[in-house]
Design a protein around this ligand. Structure first.
Ligand SMILES: [Zn+2]
Length: 472
């Protein structure tokens, strides 16, 4: 006992001593950190959906955008560090809405926290704000957020979602099973008091529990989203839910013999694969969601991994994985590739049509990546893929970028400070080679990510976590 106590004491002492060193560690990724910076000769994609503008200058002072305009028309303050960004585009830092700090490396029943690798990967991918849509690790995401805000860790600004709100029946040890509406209300109050700013309901919640959670969150001016099943989209919209994750693929509204408060499992998926998205029942649901201002979060990245014949994770993402995690991913991918007729071909196509129609109907579409499934969705890399898949679904590149920037900022109530390239906003900016307004795949070519005016080198961030995803 004595020895163990001594060991624990030494470990803690070592951790405390490492804290200033960790702040130092962040410096290795920083390439631009002067009070005044001018980005010149650059193409600006401002995030509003407006056409890109070539030959622009952006002046950043103490972390805030002070001027944006044509080269030569904007005064560059004396002493500014001037960056010549010819051939590059600048877009707003991505605001990604279905992110997690966990990854499926626990054999299906445990999700391991990736507090070391994921924040770096997200930032490297141009994500400067992320909502963690559900968390498996209690206080961890909240403490990580504090560390990032204090400069002790490198990563995006986090909108932390509390641990999941779910009923009984989920075989994941980290998720509490609510006992009733009072428990739901107390859980929301507990985590809101400790700093959680968002809540996520899950597949086995009851209408009564969900209603209680929404009432408590709304009383505190906080929002609730859900990956639902036991509760239909229509029922949740009527209860006042703010956001639905994943879209049509998880809607139980069309399942045959749907029983109240029960998740219909396999029949649900078959019912969605069989749907015609253009049909009146689906279009009526879209109209209702738009009318009630319920946002929908696109997560095509994770669905794509379930469908055969789709591209694999990019080489960088494979390199980022722990060898065991990579083996698990590649083995499962081979199994999926061998399925001659998978419902996921049809499900993915229907999901894309649903998201396009919802967006065209004026719906508030958000985007995230959901790094779960069987490990093929790796933070950072997948954020680029998410925008590419929105374009495949039928949005223009400019619309997809708007969904990944301004729409998220508006949902979070932070559009006055983030989400577009505009005077007065925080200098969260992504510099990429090429022109993603014409070729969305160019969003992959991230060079520098500015967060609050400090520029981080994307390649160094990516390199720093090679082989770590799945480990920590
Ligand atoms: Zn998720």
């Amino acid at each position: 006992m004595r020895l163990r106590a001594l060991g624990a004491g030494l470990a803690l002492a070592a951790a405390v001593a490492a804290a200033p060193a960790r702040a130092q560690e962040a410096r290795q990724f920083v390439t631009v950190d002067t009070p005044v910076v001018a980005l010149t000769r650059v193409r600006v994609i401002d995030g509003t959906g407006a056409p890109a503008r070539d030959g622009q200058t952006i002046v950043v002072e103490r972390g805030v955008i002070r001027a944006v305009g044509a080269d030569g028309s904007v005064a560059i303050p004396p002493g500014a560090r001037v960056l010549d960004l010819a051939g590059r585009s600048v877009l707003p830092g991505l605001v990604m809405m279905h992110e997690h700090m966990f990854y499926p490396s626990g054999g299906g029943s445990v999700y391991n926290e990736q507090a070391f690798s994921f924040p770096r990967l997200y930032l490297a991918g141009g994500v400067t704000t992320a909502r963690t849509a559900g968390n498996m690790a209690g206080y961890a995401d909240l403490e990580l957020k504090k560390a990032i805000d204090a400069g002790r860790a490198v990563g995006p600004s986090l909108d932390v979602t509390a641990p999941y709100l779910n009923g009984p029946g989920l075989p994941i040890y980290q998720v509490h099973a609510l006992s009733g509406p009072d428990d739901a209300r107390q859980m929301v109050a507990h985590w809101a008091d400790r700093g959680a700013t968002s809540f996520k309901a899950y597949m086995q919640i009851t209408r009564e529990q969900l209603g209680a959670a929404i009432a408590e969150a709304h009383r505190r001016r906080l929002k609730v989203t859900g990956h639902l099943c036991s509760v239909t989209f229509r029922e949740a919209a009527a209860l006042g839910i703010d956001n639905l994750e994943h879209g049509l693929v998880v809607a139980s509204d069309f399942a045959p013999e749907k029983r109240p408060d029960e998740c219909p499992s396999a029949a649900q998926q078959a019912s969605i694969a069989a749907l015609d998205v253009a049909s009146e029942p689906v279009q009526a649901l879209i109209r209702e969601l738009v009318q009630r201002n319920v946002a929908v979060t696109s997560t095509l990245t994770v669905f794509e991994t379930f469908a055969p014949g789709r591209p694999p994770a990019p080489p960088g993402a494979l390199d980022a994985m722990l060898p065991e995690a990579r083996d698990q991913y590649l083995r499962r991918r081979v199994q999926i590739a061998s399925q001659a007729s998978s419902p996921w071909t049809r499900l993915l196509a229907n999901e894309m049509r649903f998201e396009r129609d919802f967006f065209r109907a004026g719906g508030r579409l958000l985007v995230g990546t959901d790094p779960t499934g069987y490990g093929g969705v790796v933070a950072g890399y997948s954020n680029h893929r998410a925008l590419e898949l929105l374009v495949e679904a039928g949005l223009t590149p400019l619309e997809a970028i708007r969904v990944g920037t301004l729409n998220g900022a508006q949902y979070l109530g932070r559009a006055d400070s983030i989400g577009t390239v505009a005077v007065g906003k925080r200098a969260d900016l992504v510099v990429v080679r090429g022109d993603p307004s014409a070729r969305i795949a160019d969003v992959q070519q991230v060079e520098t990510v500015f967060k609050g005016g400090v520029g981080y080198d994307a390649a160094r961030l990516f390199a720093s976590v090679r082989g770590r995803v799945g480990l920590h």
